[in-house]
Design a protein around this ligand. Structure first.
Ligand SMILES: Nc1nc2c(ncn2[C@@H]2O[C@H](COP(=O)(O)OP(=O)(O)OP(=O)(O)O)[C@@H](O)[C@H]2O)c(=O)[nH]1
Ligand SMILES: [Mg+2]
Length: 320
């Protein structure tokens, strides 16, 4: 049974870096994986790409042929993919038989909130291949610094969850940077668990107290109530360079798309699969790890790395 992740998120949220990081991590644990680029505008890939949508359609051609700008061009490009859709799906089918797939998606959020082209591809794959997906929706942790923007990204997450209608894991990316942005009024768990949003009201008021701001404030509060009513949104956190944070996130994702319950592991990483089935994830206090004692964790990690290097050098000396 084929498995995959659909990696979405606003521009610059870390999608391509994440795909690159996951492939490296999977290589290390022995899971065979491949990245498919679904962004017709993405001409600089930081990873080895197994399949590129640009082989079927490129943004530059569409912009020139249809006399469109980059954003209209992207929409048009995906809408006109229909002709090549069968061929694209055929190629994906072949890859999915051997590898766990990561789809690196475009950053235009409208593609996941009210546009159907990409969703059509995923639904076709789900139906035709019985493919099991997890949407990984990355949001830059910077948005935690503004209460009104935090509410907006909650709405964005909710919209894509409802539109894509697939298992979904929301992630605050670049969590290693959050301590640089100044003190937050609440602990990180408050933001990741999307706890009682009414606590944010005074902070939203403080953020926007002009006349225009009053309406904005009111709208933000209504959106907060709506998100709370649905009670669907919560977040994981990720620092792509941090191994433990990657392990924790991938354990959640393996559960969400059912990989960890599979009997026929496509990737062949039986040791990892067994470890996660038995609950390999260590409980992490994210406030402590990424804010309160970040420096201490970094010093410990640096020490561990130094010891590993020394050990490797000693081993090498023995063989000389
Ligand atoms: N500090 C830190 N930087 C990160 C992390 N993940 C990504 N970045 C940086 O964020 C920037 C944007 O990352 P990309 O992977 O290009 O983001 P993207 O979502 O693919 O961007 P688009 O394809 O343009 O939508 C790069 O400079 C990355 O190095 C992280 O976990 N920590
Ligand atoms: Mg990218």
């Amino acid at each position: 049974m084929p498995f995959g992740q659909i990696v979405i998120g606003p521009p610059g949220s870390g999608k391509s870096t994440y795909c690159d990081g996951v492939v490296q991590f999977f290589n290390a644990i022995g899971r065979k994986s491949a990245v498919i680029n679904l962004d017709p505008a993405n001409d600089r890939l930081s990873y080895d790409c197994e399949l590129d949508i640009r082989d079927f359609i490129t943004l530059e051609d569409i912009m020139e042929e249809e006399n469109l700008g980059p954003n209209g061009g992207l929409m048009y490009a995906l809408e006109s993919l229909d002709d090549s859709l069968d061929l694209l799906i055929k190629k994906i089918t072949k890859i999915s038989q051997q590898s766990y797939i990561l789809f690196d998606c475009p950053g235009q959020v409208e593609l996941f909130t009210h546009h159907s082209s990409l969703q059509k591809i995923f639904k076709a794959l789900e139906k035709q291949l019985d493919m099991r997906f997890c949407v990984v929706s990355l949001i830059d942790s910077y948005y935690l610094t503004s209460p009104a923007q935090y509410i907006s990204v909650l709405l964005l997450a909710l919209r894509s969850m409802l539109q894509l209608d697939l298992p979904h894991v929301n992630v605050f990316s670049k969590i290693d940077l959050v301590s640089n942005y100044g003190e937050l009024p609440f602990s990180l768990d408050y933001y990741t668990e999307v706890q009682d949003l009414s606590y944010l009201k005074p902070h939203i008021e403080q953020e926007s107290n002009s006349v225009l701001g009053k309406r904005y404030q009111k709208l933000t509060n209504y959106i907060a109530e709506l998100v709370e009513d649905f009670n669907l949104v919560s977040f994981e956190v990720l620092s792509v360079e941090d191994k433990q944070s990657m392990i924790n996130l991938l354990t959640v994702i393996d559960k969400a798309n059912g990989y960890m319950f599979g009997t026929t592991e496509v990737g062949g990483d039986t040791i990892w699969a067994e470890a996660t089935r038995q609950g390999g994830m260590t409980e992490v206090d994210i406030q402590d790890r990424w804010i309160d004692n970040k420096a201490k964790y970094e010093a410990e990690e640096a020490k561990r790395q130094k010891e590993l290097m020394e050990e490797a050098e000693n081993q090498a000396d023995l063989f000389e």
